[in-house]
Structures are given as structure tokens and as C-alpha cells.
Design a protein around this ligand. Structure first.
Ligand code: SF4
Length: 196
């Protein structure tokens, strides 16, 4: 819970680094509204930075943390992580967001491009306690560019999205036993209930 709170606070702090950024207001579960709001902001050119824009590709829905306009058709996509050193799973998360966003944008208008895929994270060893302390108002951050890693991972992510869609479309549930994948990189919420 503390880690979740720290992540929320750091996410809110990261938005303050982009004064004038516009938050897509639609709730997470209100996909249609979020997609419509995002499209309006993208095409009207009214915002240089979008927070929580929504994208959908092949049944995969994402909300990016920060989407920064470089020029009329060129963007940078930033995920925000309250860690000092992004891990492989953070970079994979970024690649999933990127694959969906990139392909969705291409469907809207092939002129759209994403030049930078990166992660905004803590610099140095800012502890979770500091993130939770109201006394600490500012944090040192790094903007790490993972564009090369992301582009390398895109084919794998796109293949996984196809496989996931096949699994969902199959009337027979997959026969996967409980194993390491249930714990890493995250504890699966179905462990102990649906899967025992
Ligand atoms: S607990 Fe989760 S990850 Fe593990 S087998 Fe069940 S659904 Fe899959």
C-alpha cells in the first residue's frame, strides 16, 4: 500500500513538471469517453502535453502517464515510475504502452510519430519514506530514454497481444498450472481464489 501511495504521489509530482499539461478527465473504466477526449486533444492541437491519454489497439487499452508533443505530429511517451532504477519489467510495461499507442496513432493518421519512449523516475536513492513525507515537496528526477529497448521489444509485445487475443477468443480456458508466473513480476490477484 505504501509503495502504491508513493507511486501515486510521484505520478502527481511528475505532472507538475509540465505546467499547462491537460489531464484526460474520463474515468479509467469509461473507455469510450477517454478515447474521444484523447482524440479531440490530439487533433485539435490545443495541448502540448497530455496526462493519461487513452489508446486502444487489438482489444488492448492503455492510459499513458505523460504524452508530450514535440511538434504537430511528433510525440514523446513517458511512463512514470517511483523507483531509482527502472527494471526490465518497467521497460516491458513501457513497451506494451508504446505498442498500443504507436499502432493506435498509425490508425488515426500515419503522419503521427513517437520519437522518444522513456521513463521518468527518481534520481539517486530517494526512499519511499521521502515520497510519503509531506515535508518533502520536490524530488530529483531522471528522464531515461528507453527508445532503443522499446523498439527492440515491440515485435515481442505485438505477438503477445495476438496470443492474448487468441486465448480470449478460445471457448476453452487455458490449462496453465500455478507457477512462477503467478508471483513475478507481480502477485496475480487470482492466486488462491480462481487458481489454487
Ligand atoms: S494465478 Fe494468475 S498467473 Fe497464476 S495461473 Fe492463475 S491466472 Fe495465471
Amino acid at each position: 500500500m505504501q509503495i502504491f501511495d508513493a507511486g501515486t504521489r510521484f505520478g502527481e509530482y511528475a505532472r507538475t513538471l509540465y505546467p499547462g499539461g491537460v489531464l484526460v478527465q474520463a474515468d479509467w473504466w469509461n473507455r469510450e469517453s477517454a478515447l474521444e477526449e484523447t482524440l479531440e486533444l490530439l487533433t485539435s492541437g490545443s495541448a502540448c502535453v497530455l496526462f493519461e491519454p487513452a489508446f486502444l489497439w487489438k482489444n488492448t487499452f492503455v492510459r499513458c502517464d505523460i504524452f508530450e508533443r514535440n511538434d504537430a505530429t511528433n510525440w514523446s511517451l513517458w511512463e512514470v515510475k517511483a523507483v531509482a532504477a527502472p527494471s526490465a519489467s518497467h521497460i516491458f510495461d513501457l513497451a506494451v504502452q508504446s505498442a498500443v499507442t504507436m499502432n493506435h496513432l498509425e490508425e488515426i493518421d500515419p503522419k503521427y510519430e513517437i520519437a522518444v519512449y522513456g521513463i521518468i523516475h527518481l534520481a539517486g536513492k530517494t526512499a519511499v519514506n521521502a515520497l510519503l513525507s509531506c515535508a518533502v515537496k520536490e524530488f530529483d528526477i531522471n528522464r531515461s530514454d528507453f527508445t532503443e529497448d522499446t523498439i527492440r521489444l515491440l515485435p515481442e509485445v505485438e505477438h503477445m497481444i495476438d496470443v492474448a487475443n487468441d486465448v480470449v477468443a478460445d471457448p476453452n480456458p487455458p490449462t496453465i498450472q500455478v507457477g512462477k508466473q503467478c508471483h513475478k513480476p507481480y502477485e496475480c490477484p487470482y492466486l488462491g481464489t480462481v487458481c489454487k
